[in-house]
Design a protein around this ligand. Structure first.
Ligand code: PMP
Length: 394
């Protein structure tokens, strides 16, 4: 993919917050699965079924170790972050009523906003949106004030998909737990940039998507503490999640099977396992500093261009930078960059409450990954300058 040419030029792929590219290890693992072991899992006694069951469960163990979950029972394969969050929002519904409140923040992706708003509409609970500061950071003091005995759950992203701001989730979780509030962390943007240790964070739920962490699409993870998963009822029903039906009454398997009804995305899970194995084998500290260096370089170079405003100036951030220009529309900038073979995002990034907070309709978003280079950023900056010369007309 990174050698792909578009319009005759080598691609400069800077849309990694939307999806990351996959290493050969992932493609080869999935190809091997389809060529040699493809079969359904868990219920067959034949060789192929046992082999793919073994590979599927090995992938779960890789995810468990990667996130430092206590047990593989806490790792549920889903179709992605959106699915993971919706599962929790449905499973927690019997514990929520009109006396409760659910808190999200103004910087959430719609995936961590709409399921909670819908849950509140169904149950009569109050939907509360905690504010972000002018810097695009969480207003911690205000959030602390909003968390009360009535709060049934707090849903917060680990990092923003618009500004890259990293939330102090450990501190937030500590504060929430002092008030008896469970916390769901949307880690969609974090797993490929930061260390994630769910025991250290002490979060109740953590969600991410395979395709934003060098894996394939259609696979994701829901981590949940066993104390929650044990008491939750399933939210999807079908084969594979029921131990027996006696006199018509079902008895369900324990987690994760209880939450994985039907045939799962076997190749996806195995591919995600390969992605994480690959990523975990890389020198993490140098990746983090490489990405930080590139991010700071993007910010400083953009700030030198007249008319450009960076959206958000968080103290801690991952490799995502959003900007606007005084005349040029984000869509026009992104469309013209595309003609230079540069892939960036424009729009509201599924975060309209955040756009409203800043009184803008959208941004241009540049998002990097470990494979991006300083040369690519130079090409981007030159591209932006060229475009603005035309658009600005002066
Ligand atoms: N949360 C955040 C912070 C995201 O950036 C995204 C993807 N843009 C999602 C949730 C949803 O992820 P998916 O579409 O893979 O379910």
């Amino acid at each position: 993919m990174l050698n792909t040419r578009v319009y005759g030029s080598p691609i400069v792929y800077l849309d990694n917050a939307a999806t990351t590219q996959m290493p050969y290890a992932v493609l080869k693992t999935m190809e091997h699965y389809y060529h040699h072991t493809h079969s359904n899992i868990h219920r067959g006694v034949h060789y192929l079924s046992e082999q793919s069951t073994c590979d599927y469960e090995k992938a779960r163990n890789i995810v468990k170790d990667f996130m430092n979950a206590e047990s593989e029972h806490e790792v549920i394969f889903t179709s992605g972050t959106t699915d993971s969050i919706n599962i929790v929002a449905l499973a927690i519904e019997p514990y929520v009523n009109e006396k409760h409140e659910i808190i999200v923040t103004e910087m959430e992706h719609h995936s961590n906003y709409l399921p909670w708003q819908a849950l509140c509409k169904r149950t009569g609970a109050k939907f509360i949106v905690a504010p972000v500061s002018v810097r695009g950071e969480l207003d911690f003091e205000e959030l602390e004030r909003l968390m009360t005995q009535r709060t049934a759950l707090l849903a917060i992203c680990h990092s923003s998909n618009v500004t890259g701001a990293v939330n102090p989730v450990k501190k937030v979780i500590e504060c929430a737990h002092q008030k008896g509030i469970p916390v769901l962390v949307d880690g969609a943007q974090s797993v490929s940039h930061q260390r994630v240790d769910v025991q250290n964070l002490d979060c109740d739920f953590y969600c991410f998507s395979g395709h934003k962490a060098f894996g394939p699409t259609g696979i994701g993870v829901l981590y949940g503490k066993q104390q929650w998963l044990n008491q939750f009822m399933p939210v999807k029903y079908g084969g594979g999640m029921v131990r027996q039906i006696k006199n018509g009454e079902p008895a369900y398997w324990e987690s994760p099977a209880k939450f994985e009804a039907g045939t799962p995305n076997i190749a996806g899970a195995i591919g995600l396992g390969a992605a994480i194995e690959w990523f975990a084998s890389l020198p993490r500290e140098s990746i983090i500093s490489h990405e930080l260096e590139l991010t700071q370089y993007i910010r400083s170079e953009l700030l030198k261009i007249p008319g450009i405003t960076l959206v958000g100036s968080p103290e801690e951030q991952i490799g995502i930078v959003s900007f606007t220009h005084r005349y040029a529309h984000p869509f026009d900038i992104a469309s013209l960059l595309d003609k230079l073979a540069i892939a960036v995002r424009s729009g509201a990034h599924c975060a309209q409450p955040f756009m409203d907070r800043f009184g803008i309709s959208g941004t241009v978003r540049v998002s990097i990954s470990l494979y991006n280079t300083k040369e690519e950023i130079d090409y981007l900056i030159n591209g932006i300058k060229r475009i603005l010369k035309v658009v600005d007309g002066r």
